[in-house]
Design a protein around this ligand. Structure first.
Ligand code: ADE
Length: 418
């Protein structure tokens, strides 16, 4: 079997991690039981480009249980859990192409290797697989029924491809399902980004000023968890509506130029590039910590920081110290790559359960309906979203109320008023 991982000998430890994560993924486990029985994905070849974590491993085994032939590459050079990659290869016989810390060239070679079986479906996190196919492997397009996309950044790129008329097969935007972004983006990114910062630095957040750039679902989560840990939180936004929401959620809101002089910790979660740049580095206090929780490592302008620094050294794992000519020290975590997966373990299985249930059911939907879909970006069908919420609550033993027949009628009528 073809694969490229760090060390097969790590497989034993990886298997335990996968089992541990699986215990918090009841919805995905239910889908697995059904897939095992019905084999609805039999004959399908899937190329996946996802963070290679214990949660992703559980998704891969679900697809395989459904009869699919899967190949997996990493969606980020720093997020791979090498022992998980080894376990997938050794015990699940799934070809994995991912090594934590791989360089850019290896990263793209791995994407090509994940595509080597000429997939019917693609599963992406950030849209690097889809763009590679469109730019370098167009011959694969004729076989492809459709693809899924896991994250906000990927959905934005794919919508741009659709708008420009270059997207050549339909995509389901898993990110846009309510059971995905309301939980994974908000609570998953919120908790795991703080977790990554703490594991990398061991700082005490209480009493510090934390500046969060971006108040989307991820930013909301990061801000609320930083506040929960006792930090004073400042939000920087470019969108009036989101800035207003942040203000009424009780945060200070101001431009980054002003926040730059006050912050102890800066976290970017915008999906845009050069959010923290020269004009901000110049104003920051010594000791400031700069980190990114957005998908790509473009949010912090490290090229400029490098240029103005007189010295640079790794002061601890995941912490790079930059010394400026006036003696100030700025610290960048995990090379500006997404901190939650680089220095911690990514979102907990409890939320990935819903995200990956959306992935598994979207694959099935594409298999059944993909041929009739236009070459556009589509939402996850609402029936799937609602069913996942129902299954998740039921797995937690939570019951809810139901409308009475009188209430159902009332909601459909319009004559009853004042
Ligand atoms: N994205 C964020 N957290 C993740 C995780 N634990 N596994 C896979 N993808 C992720």
């Amino acid at each position: 079997m073809d694969y490229d991982i760090k060390d097969l000998a790590l497989a034993g430890a990886g298997r335990l991690r996968i089992e541990w994560a699986g215990r918090s993924m009841p919805v995905l486990n239910k889908i697995k039981e059904r897939f095992k029985k019905e084999q609805p994905l039999r004959g399908l070849r899937i190329s996946a480009c996802l963070h290679v974590t214990s949660e992703t491993a559980n998704l891969m085994t679900v697809l395989k249980a459904g009869g699919a032939e899967v190949r997996l590459a990493a969606s980020n050079p720093l997020s791979t859990q090498d022992e998980v990659a080894a376990a997938l290869v050794k015990y699940e016989k799934i070809p994995v192409f991912a090594i934590k810390g791989e360089d850019n060239k290896t990263y793209y070679r791995h994407l090509h290797q994940a595509l080597a079986h000429e997939p019917h479906l693609t599963m992406d996190d950030g849209a690097d697989l889809v763009t590679t196919i469109h730019e370098k492997k167009r011959q694969l397009i004729k076989n492809i029924i459709g693809g899924t996309e896991e994250t906000t950044t990927g959905v934005i790129r794919l919508r741009s491809m659709a708008r420009s008329g270059v997207l050549s097969y339909p995509i389901i935007a898993v990110n846009d399902a309510l059971t995905k972004h309301l939980f994974d983006n908000r609570y998953g990114t919120g908790q795991s980004s703080i977790d990554g910062i703490l594991r990398a630095t061991n700082i005490l957040l209480a009493g510090l000023t934390v500046v969060v750039c971006g108040y989307g679902w991820c930013g909301r989560g990061v801000a609320s968890r930083a506040r929960g840990a006792g930090a004073r939180v400042i939000i920087c936004e470019v969108n009036h509506l989101k800035a207003l929401e942040a203000l009424m959620d009780g945060y200070e809101v101001k431009p980054l130029r002003e926040a730059a002089v006050e912050g102890n910790v800066f976290i970017t979660v915008t999906g845009n590039k050069n959010v923290i740049r020269l004009e901000h580095f110049k104003r920051m206090k010594t000791g400031a910590i700069i980190t990114n929780a957005g998908h790509f490592n473009v949010e912090v302008d490290l090229t400029s920081l490098n240029k103005i620094s007189v010295r640079r050294r790794k002061i601890r794992e995941y912490v790079e110290e930059y010394q400026l000519p006036d003696g100030r020290l700025l610290h960048v975590l995990a090379e500006g790559r997404l901190i939650n997966l680089a220095a911690a373990e990514g979102h907990p299985a409890m939320v990935m359960d819903m995200s990956f249930a959306n992935q598994a059911l979207s694959v099935l939907y594409l298999k059944e309906k993909g041929k009739n879909l236009e070459k556009k970006v589509f939402p996850v069908p609402e029936t799937i979203d609602r069913e996942i919420a129902r299954l998740k609550l039921s797995s937690m033993g939570i019951k809810i109320d139901h409308l009475t027949p009188e209430q159902k009628k009332y909601l459909q009528a319009w004559k009853e008023g004042t």
